[in-house]
Design a protein around this ligand. Sequence first.
Ligand code: ADP
Ligand code: LRH
Length: 473
Amino acid sequence: MKTVHCAAIDLGATSGRVIVGAWARGHLTLTEVHRFSNQFRTVSGRDYWDVPYLWAEARKGLLAAKNAFPKLASVGVDAWGVDHVLVDQAGRVVYPTHAYRDTRTEKYAKRLDQTGLARVYAWTGIPNYPYNTSLQLQETFQAVPTVGAAAARCLFIADYFNFLLSGKMENEMSISSHSQLLDVHGRDWSPHALAYFGVPAKLFPKAPARSPKKLGPVRDFAELTDVESVLVPGHDTACAFAAMPAAEDGTDFYLSSGTWSLLGFENPAPLLGADALTARISNERMGQGSFRPLKACLGLWLIEQLLPELNTYPKSPDEWENLILQATRLPSPALRLDVTDGSLFRPASMRAAIDEQLRSKGARPPKNAPSYLRLICDSLADGHRSAVEDFQKFSGRTFKRILMVGGGSKNKLLCQATADACRVPLISFEIEGSAVGNIAHQLIALKAVADLKTFRRHLAEGLQHTTYLPRTT
Ligand code: ADP
Ligand code: LRH
């Protein structure tokens, strides 16, 4: 049986990577061929992504992939959610891409809370996150009304990269479902939500495409004309969920741990109603349109922001391990952080924001990097427990295991603290979940794998993992 090679372009808010998956005899081998940092830039108080830089890095990675694997068959793109590129009919960018942590939408988020959230939730199944595409577009068209006339399409980041690769403009299902503009009861845009937020319907002229779907050969790269561009789930979280080697009885709970802690499970139907809205359950979709009710908690963003301030950002896996070991030896702090506190979303100084929260509760701030790390891991674990409890309550299910992927799955302290807090065994896979889910969908499009169920079965057989059993104190 011949080996099939697929390249995943996986764009995260703090880093991007190009990873090649080699699939042979039901076994997947991953090679990271390129990694690059990502950060938004602030200009005159507004936050923007450097999209041309990201494209240049993705190109570099794709050429490195072809160089290392000359038989490269395909490429797929997944990215963080909600952010987007407004383009004209020809694909020319008509407005800069704001980063989702920009505070420009605050006023609109407050107004939505006060005036129409229950209706919007009933239409879309998405709670009020200040960074939702809906609010971002509302702000754009209020602040700069002429953009409405210039823009022909709104492409999410992964959609835009697919366009650059293939020349085809499609909105993909999973990433569209996060926008708060998709009808939760169907598979098309919600005319009510579009009207409510003042978003011209012309920006979304057809229903989102379901993945996987072949888009055609890569264009504009002489070296890559024999490589197929495949539309995979464009949302990195949908890809991470797709990579979970889940049991078929639906008793697994998923945790994708990166910049965000994204917790949820797969369900044939959305979880709606007043209680689900209060619990901020986000009814996002898999690539085919089925549901993955999810809760988003601030995740390792806390560490990403804090460690550079303490001049202790680890430069290698060994340095990470050493720092985590030091933190593990410390006692667990009695007072934890509230990781849902909005002051941690985009503080000027993460250390000052954490210290301020602790002081307001009468606790003393930590002294050094290991004690901050201990505090953050234990606090994130508490957030994870609350999500598991909410989902058990709303779904009536009992989760037997937590499956974990993403950068956080390498953090033994966080894994153990989460198993302890949730009182459920946690299986950590130490894989780049989004890249694996991305590659899985390319293999399905190329007919190298029958379906996701088959892929997960093979993956479960070959995947290295560590089990963390809950400890009672
Ligand atoms: P995203 O894709 O959302 O940008 P990642 O899934 O790459 O984020 O996760 C990044 C985080 O993973 C870092 O902030 C760090 O806390 C954690 N991490 C990365 N490498 C290691 C490691 N070797 N050991 C422990 N934690 C790690
Ligand atoms: C994680 C993620 C998450 C979204 C956020 C904007 O990368 O896609 O699912 O909520 O970015």
